[in-house]
Every structure is written in C-alpha cells, then in structure tokens.
Design a protein around this ligand. Structure first.
Ligand code: WT7
Length: 636
C-alpha cells in the first residue's frame, strides 16, 4: 500500500526514502491505487537524460477526463466541481456539479468533433477565467486534442506567434472579458491575430459580455447554439500514456516562446498526488487558487490536480482590487475557502493596503495558505501568516516551473515545520542536486549552488514543441545527466532548500556573488518600501555595481528621498554587508512585470546599463507604460 496521504514528518521521510530507493515501485503503487486505467502499463519508467527522453507508464491507456470527471459521478455527482465567482460580486456565483461538468465537457467535445477536430490536433484556447475555459481544456482532453491555452491578456502578436508555432486549427474565445471596471474586447484581438495565422479554420465564440461583434463568415460561430444541439455523451478517446495532453508556452532567454509539451499519464499522476498532499486536501474542502488557467499553475492546480481528486475548485474571473482591495478576503469568507493559493506579488500588493480590508472578513475557514511563482520575501511571508492565516494556517511556499508540471520543493502542511523564505523539502520522487561552477555536485548541507534535478519525475515536460534540440540545450546541456532548473538554491543544515532566484540574477560585485533576492528582502524591510528590484550595471572597478529600483508605499506623507536612500543602504549593510550596498537608487512608480507577475529584470538591466535603444521583446509586459517612466528618470 502506498502512503498516499502523508500525515506526519516521519512518514514523509519514510515515503521520500522509498521514492528514491525504489522509484518504479513507488510510482507504480500510486498509479495502481488511485487512478482508472483502460490498460495497464508495461513499464513504469524508461529514461535517458542525454537524448533527452523520458517515458512514464509506457503501454498504459487512459483518458484523463475519466479520472477527473467520470469516476466521481457515482459517489459525488452532485458535488460542486467548479465554483465560479464572477468579476462582479453582484452576479451570482455558479456551482457546477460533477454531473453537470460531465455533460458540458461532453457537449463541447462533440462540438469540437463536429468542427473536424481529431485526436492530436492542436486547439488554441484564448478565454478569460470563465467556466468555459476549464471546460474547453477538458473537452480537448476528452477527444485527445492537444490544448494550447494562451493567457487572455496576451496581445494579438503574442497570440498569433503561439498559434502558428503549434499549428492550431481552431480557436476558442469569447466576445470579451471583464476585468475589474474594464471590459476587454477579446474577439478583436483574435481577429487581428488571425490575420497572421492563416492555419486557423474555425473560431468558436463564447458570449460573455454581450458586445456587438462581427463573426467572420465561414470561420466564426457562436458556441452556445452548437452546444444546445450537442449530445451530453461523448466516449472518451483512449490515449497512450505518452500522448501529448497539452502545450503551454513559457518565455525563455530568447524572444521566441517555448512550447512546453506535457503528456498524459505521468502528468495526471503527479499533479493529483501533489495536490492531495501539498494542500492537505480533504473531502469537503473548498480550494481556491487565484492563478489564471493561462499559466501552468492554473492547468495543474485549478483544473487537473483538484478534479482528479474529486475536489471543489474555485475559478475567479476578477482582480484583487475590484470592487475594492478586500475582494480576495470577501470571497474567502463567502465560499468558506479552506485552501488559498496565490503569488507573492499579490500578497505584497494587498499588504500595501489598509489592514481593515482583511480584518473585516471572517477568514476562519482557512487551513492552508500557498505561495508560488517567485521567492516570497520575509516581510510578505509574515504579513500573510499574521493577517490572513492568523498564525494558524501553515504557508506552503511551493517551488516549481512550467517545465516541471507540478510542485517540486514544498512543505507539506501540518507535516513540515516551515521557515519563512524556505520552500523546505523535496516532494517524494524529487531528487534535487546543487551544482558548482565546474559542473560538480555539491554534497552535504549548508551549501549553495545551481539547482538541478537528477532523476525524472512523472510530470517533467517531454520536449519543446517542434524543437527538441532547444529542449536539450536549455535544460540538459549545462550539467551532464541532469535537468537544470535555471535557479540557484541553498541547502541548510537540516536539508531545507531555499530558492535564491534565477541564476542569471546573480550579480558579481568585486568578485562577490550577490543574489538579488536577499538584497531585495533587506530593502523591503524598510518601512517606507513597498517593493524593489536590483540589477547589476557595469562598473569600472567593481566589475558590476548594484542599481536598485524602489517603489515607495503610498502613505500620503512626503519623505526626504536622500534619507530613504541612506536608510536603505544602512539596512542592506546590516543584513548582508557593505558589499551589497546600492550605488544607485531610483524611486519608481512600478516595476515592469510579465503577466504572471515576474519582474522583467532584463529591461531593468538595460536601463541601468544605459542601453535603452534596444529593449528586446516586451510583448509579454503587463505594464509597458511604466518602462518609459523609469527611463525618463533613470540615474545614468
Ligand atoms: C520560476 C518558474 C510554477 C508556477 C509559476 C511559475 C520561480 C516559482 C517559486 C518559489 C522561488 C519560485 C523560479 C522558477 N519560482 N516558484 N516558491 N520560490 N522561486 O512558473 O513561470 O515557469 O516560472 O519561477 O525562478 O524557476 P514559471
């Protein structure tokens, strides 16, 4: 019997040891006991990181939607599968039961078939966070079509590039979307994108905002009338374990996005098993992840992981600031959320606002808080712990990547003692390695290095769509026989990992390696600072010097900027040492961020280095206007 739900630390270590000593036995037991298969596998694992090639559960046949929907119907058909909370709090929330989800997924699957979509075809989904987004993903999986969800905040150019890269034949979109006070005209973005994407023959349009849009004759159709005609039964396509399930684009060091390919069986097993344990999921919980399904977090931990466990998963259409900054906390109270999973950038933004927004809501239903996407700084961690979790809900700081498919390094709530800023221990099956500059593994504890993974896990991406060579070069060439994450990490005395940030964010100043994250943590300790970002710029004597971009809190009172600069350097000196002091500090209204909330340091580096004539690809920026503002006042 596998220990599917790990309940105490000793058990974790026991399970972890087994997962390393006998990985095949370990993953075989989990697959056997917790999923439905149409045919059993012949071989649990075969792998070769030098090619690279990884296969899990080869020979097995299944359909992931049978695991996420059908098998729950007998016992849990009337349970809410998807709880939809609309942008406008006045609009009623929707409780979509497993029974209803089954019908809606099958209807859309039948519509896709009627539009000529077959197993292996690529379907682009460009939708806001409405139920049809999750339903589209599942409908593709039902018939074996490969979904490529593009975040509905991406521009027409970004959308077209992604559609073309994977030759999508069909696009599912909506007339528009609601985002706070704004409505966004999605369909016209699709129209513009498709001017450069001639391969798309059909567009299905969900009506969301009832705007007057033009349907292109012979290409575009309203979805609802087709659904109304479609059968609620659709036999699931029987898939091979290693058939692609989806493509999801992630940005790389070059301009061209990488279409990460995830396959069926291993992805299903890993996302389901991690969901259960990382969120300590129990039968009547109401789980909410605030990510968008346009990102891997939404794929794995809004759709597949929760549904494979028969959970109730919340989809929120809106933004944390609408109608006011209390919206998240209001939703937690309204739906009695038990697990809340969000990003440090959201936490920092909300921590800037009056505490009243949090305090006026009853958050006592919460049992687990999660963080993902970037290192969570100490100040944000404590604010989250004190004010949201009331020091009673463990925080799981989950480290993982689009490429890893699922959570890799994380505490297990009520199992792993947590320390702020530490992602703590590897999940069962994950074998991290820290590497030095010479490509040697650094053993022992209290060390730091480049984070690699030295053994395959079931949800590792198998390739980059159409470019296996780039996949090999990006992830398997830096260190022989290891998957390289691009992150740096340290391992402390008890074996806990702390992710220190992208390795490319390490700045060498006068021969000293300085991570940007710890310096930023120090700066953020200053009571007037809301957020900060550090980059290096060329310096005659030191090689590199540090440039800090700092957002001050809006408190309404004026401050002597010279004093704040001095105080910031004082704090850095105290926390890290004088070596980490900033040469330049620019106060800025915002930081350039990708739509997933990551600071685009590449742009900040260029500004600091006075190379603003060519900023490179900025199509994924959420707030391009802030860049001009920063350039205008740059300290050169
Ligand atoms: C990169 C992956 C995984 C879903 C969202 C991001 C950083 C992610 C953490 C964390 C420190 C983190 C890493 C990683 N990152 N989670 N808990 N602590 N850093 O997916 O866009 O593919 O980004 O995000 O640098 O490599 P992604």
């Amino acid at each position: 019997m596998s220990n599917y739900h790990i309940k105490h630390l000793e058990e974790y270590y026991k399970v972890y040891r087994k997962s390393v000593r006998e990985p095949e036995v370990f993953w075989e037991e989990i697959a056997e006991e917790h999923f439905v298969w149409r045919k059993r596998w012949d071989k649990v694992l075969s792998w070769d990181f030098s090619k690279p090639e990884v296969k899990w559960y080869e020979g097995a046949q299944l359909n992931i939607t049978e695991n996420c929907i059908d098998r729950h119907l007998r016992t849990n058909g009337n349970k809410t599968a998807i709880l939809f909370e609309p942008n406008n709090p006045e609009e009623a929330a929707q409780h979509i039961t497993y029974n209803r989800l089954y019908e809606r997924v099958n209807q859309l699957a039948n519509v896709l078939k009627s539009q000529g979509i077959q197993k292996g075809d690529r379907v682009c989904v460009y939708l806001p966070m409405i139920p049809e987004l999750a339903i589209s993903v599942l409908a593709c999986a039902r018939i074996g079509a490969i979904h490529s969800v593009v975040f509905a905040g991406f521009s027409a150019t970004a959308l077209s590039t992604r559609i073309n890269d994977s030759d999508c034949k069909l696009v599912i979109t909506s007339d528009g979307s609601y985002r706070g006070k704004k409505t966004i005209d999605l369909k016209s973005i699709v129209d513009e994108a498709l001017e450069d994407s001639p391969g798309v023959t059909n567009v299905l349009v969900v009506k969301r905002i009832n705007s007057d849009i033009v349907l292109k004759e012979g290409r575009d159709l309203w979805l609802q009338p087709l659904l109304d005609e479609a059968s609620i039964e659709c036999e699931p396509e029987i898939m091979e374990a290693e058939d692609p399930l989806f493509i999801l684009y992630t940005s790389g060091s070059t301009g061209k996005p990488k279409g990460m390919v995830h396959t069926t069986a291993g992805y299903m097993v890993y996302t389901a098993y991690t969901f259960k344990n990382v969120f300590n999921y129990r039968a009547n919980d109401v789980y909410w992840c605030t990510a968008d399904i346009g990102w891997i977090t939404g794929h794995s931990y809004i759709v597949y992981g929760p549904l494979a466990n028969g959970a109730t998963t919340v989809m929120f259409e809106g933004v944390p600031s609408y109608p006011d900054y209390g919206r998240f906390w209001e939703i937690i109270e309204k739906h009695k959320i038990t697990q809340f999973y969000t990003a440090p950038t959201a936490i920092r933004a909300l921590a800037k606002e009056k505490l009243e927004f949090v305090d006026k809501h009853d958050l006592s239903s919460l049992k687990v808080l999660g963080s993902v996407g970037e290192p969570i700084n100490e100040e944000a961690w404590h604010w989250y712990n004190d004010n949201v979790g009331k020091k009673k809900s463990p925080i799981v700081d989950t480290w993982w990547q689009t490429e890893t498919g699922g959570i890799m390094v994380t505490p297990l709530p009520y199992v792993t003692p947590t320390i702020p800023t530490y992602a703590t221990l590897p999940f069962p099956g994950i074998q991290p390695a820290l590497m030095d500059e010479n490509g040697e593994e650094i053993t022992g504890n209290q060390v730091d290095g480049r984070l690699c993974i030295k053994f395959p896990w079931p949800s590792i991406a198998r390739t980059i769509w159409g470019n296996h060579q780039r996949y090999k070069e990006t992830y398997f060439s830096a260190y022989e026989n290891k998957y390289f994450t691009g992150d740096g990490a340290l391992r402390d005395a008890v074996g806990y990992y702390r992710i220190t940030g992208r390795v490319d964010d390490v700045i060498i100043v006068s021969g000293h390696n300085l991570g940007t994250a710890p310096i930023e943590d120090a700066i953020n300790e200053h009571p007037a600072v809301a957020e900060s970002a550090i980059v290096g710029f060329p310096h005659d004597i030191k090689g590199n010097a540090l440039y800090g971009y700092v957002i001050l809190k809006e408190t309404g009172e004026s401050r002597d900027q010279t004093n704040v600069r001095k105080e910031i350097n004082q704090i850095i000196t105290e926390h890290i040492g004088p070596i980490a002091k900033l040469d330049k500090i620019q106060f800025v209204p915002g930081l350039p961020k990708t739509r997933s909330g990551k600071i685009m340091r590449r742009i900040l580096r260029k500004i600091a280095g006075n190379e603003t004539s060519n900023l490179g690809d900025t199509s994924t920026l959420l707030n391009p206007e802030v860049v001009e503002e920063i350039i205008k006042n740059a300290i050169i």
